[in-house]
Structure formats: C-alpha cells, structure tokens
Design a protein around this ligand. Structure first.
Ligand code: MG
Length: 295
C-alpha cells in the first residue's frame, strides 16, 4: 500500500503559495503603515533568519510543537509576520495578533493559492491508476480541494477523443482521497511515542490519533485484522506531519525534499533503516516497489 501526502508532495507548495504570501504581505503593510517594498525587505531578511535555524521555529497546536514552522509558505509566514509587527513597534495584544496571523490574513489569502503540480505527479498518479496498485492520498486539506486538482489532471489526460480515460482516472482516485486527516493533532502522553532528533531540542511527537485512524483503515491486515505496517510506504514533504507516525508504526517513509527541508531531518532519515530521502516525484514508485518486494 502506497500512501501519499498531497500538498507539497504532489503539488509545488512554494509555487502555489506565491499569491498567498503576496496578499499576506500587503495586509501586513497596511497594518504597519509601511510601503510594501519595506515589508518585503524585512520578509526576505527574516526568512533567511528562520531558514538558518529551522529547529528554533515550531508550528504550535494546542501548546504542542507539531512541525517545523519553516517548511512551507503557509506555516513560514506566521513567525515572519510576527517579527515584522514587532519591528514596526505596533501596539497589539497577543490575542489580536493571533487572530490576524492565523485567521483573518490567513484565511483570506489562502483562497488566492494557485495550482502547481510537482513534475512527475501526473505520471505517478497515472501509473498507479493503470496498475491498480493499492494506493491512497491522505491529506490535511479538504477532500474537495484535492479532488478539484485531480480533476485538472484528469482533464489534461483526456482530450475530446478519449475523455473516458480522464473520467476513469478521476473516478479511480476519487475513492482514494482521505481529506481532513488532521496530521497536526498530536498527543504527548506516552514518552515511547517520541523521537529524539539530533539538533532538535524538542521531541518529535509520533502520537497523532486522527492520522492513525486513517492509516489503520488503509493498511493491509493479517488474518486477525491487525495492520501489516511493514507493507505500507508513506511519502510526504513534512517529516513530522507525514512520516513520524508511520515510521514509529513500522512502515517505510520517504521524505520528498525541497529547499526548505530541515537538514537535521535529512540526516535522521538517511540513518534510519526504513527512512528515505527523495529529490523528486519520479523516485516514489521505485521506492514503493522496492519496499513491497522487501516486505
Ligand atoms: Mg504536505
């Protein structure tokens, strides 16, 4: 069974996030009363700062660090915006700032996001459809948003003379998209469900109850109905969200890297017997097939 993350894995999150970031910076400029160029200047400076120390910046959910805050444009903008607001000396309560960063500006500008697939996504999804291999997409996004993008791929596949191919492709994937997986909801009650990574002075939390439920549903089972985790390969672009849990369960995990991937995650996965680091989408199917023959 091959389980794929979607945003940042099938898609190019950096490219998709360009209009989001632009809109968000305009909102910041308005709030602080600066020209947009000045906000951009500080954005570039603070981005370089946080990318140099990704271990220092975490995405917090309910008081727990659940992922690096640096890995995609939607997460990264928050610590940067916070620094700009502070630099501008704006008098604002923490509550009001949170509201702007995570709700007002976030939701408004998220809708501006474009669609951009990583090279090789069409070939991968098409190859899985043709071979009818057990595969699924598990994502934090809403199922509808992912299906709309798969619909675009399907339209590219089927020109007028063979739209049936596109329809069949879409219908096959439609039943294999699991949205709202809430991979960012973590628990820290069991110390055996923590990973310690060199450089990172906080634990990586593997206990992700909502994500676990989805994975349990998808994993092949033995005669007693127990999941056969060694027969599962998961591929995603954010190690803590996509990979920490499946790796702890006994599955293989491939981290699809980009320029923002923290180096300490790469080092950790290169040293893990079931971990793997991928540079591009074309490497996913060979990784999965190699894992299947080894399981
Ligand atoms: Mg992702």
């Amino acid at each position: 069974m091959l389980i794929l993350d979607f945003d940042g894995t099938a898609t190019d999150a950096e490219a998709e996030g360009v209009p989001f970031t632009k809109g968000y910076l305009q909102d910041i400029a308005e709030k602080v009363g600066w020209p947009l160029e000045r906000v951009r200047h500080y954005y570039d400076r603070y981005m370089a700062e946080i990318l140099a120390e990704p271990h220092e910046y975490a995405w917090m959910m309910d008081g727990l660090a659940v992922a690096p805050a640096t890995v995609d444009p939607y997460l990264r903008i928050k610590p940067i915006a916070r620094k700009i607001i502070r630099e501008a000396g704006i008098d604002i309560s923490e509550e009001e700032l949170q509201e702007l960063l995570t709700k007002d500006w976030y939701i408004k500008n998220y809708q501006l996001s474009g669609t951009s697939f990583r090279p090789g996504t069409m070939e991968l999804l098409h190859a899985l459809f043709i071979s009818r291999e057990p595969a699924a997409i598990v994502t934090n996004s809403h199922t509808d948003a992912v299906l709309a993008k798969i619909r675009q791929l399907a339209m590219d596949l089927g020109d007028e003379s063979c739209s049936e191919t596109g329809n069949n492709f879409y219908n096959w994937w439609k039943d294999r998209v699991y949205g709202r997986a809430k991979k960012y909801v973590a628990r820290d009650e069991d110390s055996s469900m923590r990973l310690a990574l060199p450089v990172l002075d906080r634990p990586v939390l593997c206990d992700r109850p909502h994500y676990l439920k989805v994975l349990e549903q998808l994993a092949p089972k033995d005669g007693d109905g127990r999941p056969l985790w060694s027969q599962v390969t998961v591929v995603g672009d954010i190690f803590e969200l996509d990979g920490a849990l499946p790796l702890s369960l006994g599955s293989r995990f491939g981290l699809l890297c980009n320029d923002m991937t923290p180096p300490y995650e790469v080092d950790f996965l290169c040293g893990h017997e079931r971990g793997c680091v991928l540079e591009n989408v074309h490497e996913i199917l060979p990784l999965h097939r190699e894992g299947r023959s080894a399981a």
